[in-house]
Write a protein that binds this ligand. Structure first.
Ligand code: FES
Ligand SMILES: [Fe+2]
Length: 334
């Protein structure tokens, strides 16, 4: 994920992704462009330049780059354009109100691999809690560890989302269609969040991971013994993209749409997410990053608990995907 579609307004949008500075903009005809945000002349950020009818003009000495990244005008001197004056262009797709970028070999871009986030409500369907963003000073995998082991809710989030009665919950881990899920079922406990906070209830929080870094959280609570039904408003989205090895873009929001009279509810959900992630998860993740000091996770020989199963399955899956990708790259260049 490069950005929420709502983040890209009329101008030039810049964000570092996977260590690379990326410029995203939309031309007047609606064409979406993602390219390297570094001019090949004196390496100025193109995002400090100006959008034109057909591309972007560098703000330093005026070279112009079209939507294919090719320099096609030099307004200075005799207008000489050096061969090879171009910026890399990345395939970009808008789906589920999200911009998905492919930063590998452009020919290998495959939009069938975009995770299924069709639970994201469509635009204009009422009030929604979407488009949230948090910058995290921690490796992306630490965020995945955090969400794949939701037992942390009953420790790190005691008083905001969880409580002691929920601690003995057992995690069920399963895998289907390449998605890995961890279900936390907490019968006979005290409601930790939502409408049943403080009430006796049976409650659940489940997490579903989709490669490589998108997750959907399902939550809900019912009076004890009542049949469990997943409320369509009870899904939250958590999507992570590495900014660098040690920093992450965290995109989040939730499903469900609300009418005008429920504005307070939308605000309450959004505020609760923002506050909990920012004040409870984030300080812990950033502290973990600092303590790990950039070392490889496995080299630190982590103690493994039963609740870690899903997080470890995801880490292994990602390692396997990386190995396969490296092998493909090696075959291509051989
Ligand atoms: S740095 Fe872009 S034109 Fe000189
Ligand atoms: Fe958390």
């Amino acid at each position: 994920m490069a950005a929420w579609a709502s983040e890209i307004e009329d101008g030039l949008f810049s964000r570092r992704l996977l260590g690379e500075p990326v410029l995203i903009y939309r031309l007047g005809d609606g064409e979406l462009v993602a390219c390297e945000d570094r001019c090949p002349h004196r390496f100025a950020p193109l995002s400090m330049g100006h959008k034109t009818e057909t591309g972007v003009e560098c703000g330093y000495h005026g070279l112009h780059f079209n939507s294919r990244g090719q320099c096609d005008a030099n307004p200075a001197g005799n207008g000489y354009i050096p061969p090879g004056a171009k910026v890399h262009v990345y395939p970009l797709v808008e789906r589920h109100r999200i911009f998905w970028i492919w930063m590998g070999e452009p020919a290998l871009a495959d939009d069938s691999l975009i995770p299924d986030l069709s639970l994201v409500p469509p635009a204009g369907a009422g009030l929604q809690n979407l488009g949230n963003y948090l910058h995290v000073k921690g490796n992306c995998l630490l965020e995945i560890d955090n969400l794949m082991d939701l037992s942390h809710v009953n420790f790190l989030h005691v008083g905001s989302l969880g409580n002691e009665t929920m601690r003995s919950a057992e995690v069920q881990v399963s895998e289907e269609d390449g998605k890995i899920r961890a279900d936390l079922w907490m019968p006979g406990t005290t409601g930790g969040f939502g409408a049943m906070t403080g009430e006796p209830c049976d409650q659940w929080i489940n997490i579903v991971w989709m490669a490589p870094t998108s997750m959907i959280l399902e939550f809900g609570a019912v009076p004890p013994g009542v049949e469990r039904v997943q409320d369509p408003h009870g899904f939250a989205f958590h999507i992570f993209t590495p900014e660098t090895d040690g920093t992450t873009h965290y995109f989040f929001g939730s499903s469900g749409t609300f009418d005008e009279s429920e504005e307070w509810k939308v605000k309450m959900i959004g505020d609760a997410q923002r506050r909990v992630f920012k004040e409870e998860d984030n300080p812990m993740i950033e502290a973990v990053e600092e303590r790990m000091g950039g070392a490889d996770f496995w080299s630190l020989k982590p103690a493994i608990l039963p609740n870690d199963r899903a997080a470890i399955m995801v880490r292994r899956r990602l390692q396997k995907m990386c190995r396969e990708e490296a092998r493909q790259d090696a075959e291509e260049t051989a």
